[in-house]
Design a protein around this ligand. Structure first.
Ligand SMILES: O=C(O)CCC(=O)C(=O)O
Ligand SMILES: [Fe+2]
Length: 354
C-alpha cells in the first residue's frame, strides 16, 4: 500500500553527516557496488552503424531490456554541455530550487523528489527536475537576473532536438527487430518531450540509502545519459540479481519501457531498474522519456497477435497509462492486461460466430 505522502520537504543533502531515519532503507544484500559482473553479464554495447544492429537490438531486448548505443549521432560536446547545465541547476541553493518546485496545480514539471517516491515509506537520496516541453518558465525563476537561464534552456532544447532524431532511428530499429514494418514506427513519433534530470549527492551511508527505487519507465523507450556508476538493472527471468550498468564512455543507455512491452505483446519486457548512491561521488543522470503522441493508442501490434498468440494487453494512450502508473505504480501494466479467461471466451465466441 503506498504511503501517498503528498509532499516531501526539500532536504539539504550536503548538511547531513549521517543518514536520517527517514532516508534509511533496510540493508540490501544485493546492494550496490559489491555487484561486479564479468563480461557477458552486462547489457551489450551496440554500434548503431553495425550491419547486424537489428539482430543485436533484438537479442539485447530479449535478454536484458536494456543496452548501450554507440555511434548514436549525438555530439559529445552537447552531452557534456547538458551534464554541466544539469550540475549547474542542482548546485543552486535549495531555497532557489524551491521556486521551481513541482506543484499539483502546475503538473509534474519542475524540481522535487521523484514522483514515485510517494509509493515508499523511506525517502530517496536524490533530487529530480522534470522538463515537459519548454523549461523556460522554470529556468527564469531559477535565474531571474540577466541571461543565466539562456545556457540551460539552449542545452535542453538542443538535446531535445538531438533526441528526437536519435529516438526516431531507435524506434525504426526496434520495430525491425520485432519483424514489424519500420515505416509504422513514424506513427509513434512526435510525442510530448519529457526530460528528467536526476541528481544523486554523495551519501554518508550508501549501503543503506536508495537513490531511486526499482521501477519500470512508462515510456516506449528511455534514453539515459550517465557518466558515473549508479544505474542497476534486473535481468528478467534470471536469478542473477541486480547488475550494475557501468557507463561506457560516449555511449547512451536505452531502456525498454512499459509501452513497448505492450506494443510487442510482451515479447520485449520493460526493464526493472534503480539507482544506487556513492559515498564520495555526486552523480547526475539525464533521462529522455520517449512516448507516443497524446492521441495515439498503443496496443499489441496485429503482426504479433495470432490464433496462438492472443493480445495480452488492451489499448492505452500515454496519458491514461501515466494516470494508471501514478495510481497503481508497479501494478499498472497488470491492470491493462487481458485476463486469459476473457481471451478464451473471446476466442471461443469468435469460433462460434465464424
Ligand atoms: O539515474 C539513473 O540511473 C536512473 C534514472 C531513472 O531511472 C529515471 O529517471 O527514470
Ligand atoms: Fe527510470
Amino acid at each position: 500500500m503506498p504511503s501517498l505522502k503528498d509532499t516531501h520537504p526539500h532536504f539539504d543533502f550536503f548538511s547531513a553527516d549521517s543518514l536520517p531515519d527517514s532516508y534509511t532503507w533496510p540493508p540490501l544484500d544485493d546492494h550496490p557496488s559489491s555487484v561486479h559482473r564479468s563480461d557477458g553479464h552486462h547489457p551489450p554495447v551496440i554500434d548503431l552503424d553495425s550491419p547486424d544492429a537489428v539482430d543485436l537490438v533484438r537479442r539485447a531486448c530479449l535478454d536484458w531490456g536494456a543496452f548501450h548505443v554507440t555511434n548514436h549521432g549525438v555530439p559529445t560536446e552537447l552531452l557534456h554541455r547538458v551534464e554541466s547545465q544539469t550540475r549547474r541547476l542542482f548546485s543552486l541553493p535549495t531555497h532557489l530550487k524551491n521556486l521551481a518546485a513541482r506543484s499539483p496545480d502546475v503538473g509534474v514539471s519542475g524540481f522535487g523528489p521523484a514522483p514515485i517516491s510517494r509509493f515508499f515509506d523511506k525517502r530517496f537520496w536524490s533530487e529530480g527536475f522534470t522538463i515537459i516541453g519548454s523549461p523556460f518558465e522554470h529556468a527564469l525563476r531559477l535565474w531571474p537576473d540577466g541571461l543565466g537561464h539562456v545556457p540551460f534552456c539552449d542545452a535542453m532544447r538542443e538535446y531535445e532536438e538531438a533526441m528526437e532524431g536519435f529516438t526516431g532511428r531507435l524506434m525504426r530499429l526496434a520495430f525491425a527487430s520485432l519483424g514489424l514494418d519500420e515505416s509504422v514506427a513514424s506513427e509513434f513519433r512526435g510525442g510530448p518531450t519529457v526530460i528528467q534530470l536526476n541528481s544523486y549527492p554523495p551519501c554518508p551511508d550508501p549501503g543503506r540509502a536508495m537513490g531511486l527505487a526499482a521501477h519500470t519507465d512508462s515510456t516506449l523507450l528511455t534514453v539515459l545519459h550517465q557518466t558515473a556508476t549508479g544505474l542497476q538493472v534486473l535481468r528478467r527471468g534470471g536469478s542473477t540479481g541486480w547488475t550494475t550498468v557501468r557507463p561506457v564512455p560516449g555511449a547512451l543507455v536505452v531502456h525498454i519501457g512499459d509501452l513497448l512491452h505492450v506494443l510487442s505483446n510482451g515479447r520485449y519486457q520493460s526493464v526493472v531498474h534503480r539507482a544506487v548512491v556513492d559515498r564520495a561521488r555526486h552523480r547526475y543522470s539525464v533521462a529522455y522519456l520517449c512516448g507516443p503522441p497524446a492521441h495515439v493508442k498503443v496496443s499489441p501490434s496485429p503482426t504479433l497477435v495470432g490464433p496462438d498468440r492472443a493480445p495480452a494487453y488492451r489499448a492505452v494512450v500515454w496519458g491514461e497509462y501515466l494516470g494508471l502508473k501514478a495510481k497503481l505504480f508497479d501494478r499498472a501494466l497488470t491492470s491493462i492486461s487481458v485476463p486469459c479467461d476473457v481471451l478464451s471466451i473471446a476466442c471461443f465466441a469468435s469460433e462460434v460466430v465464424h
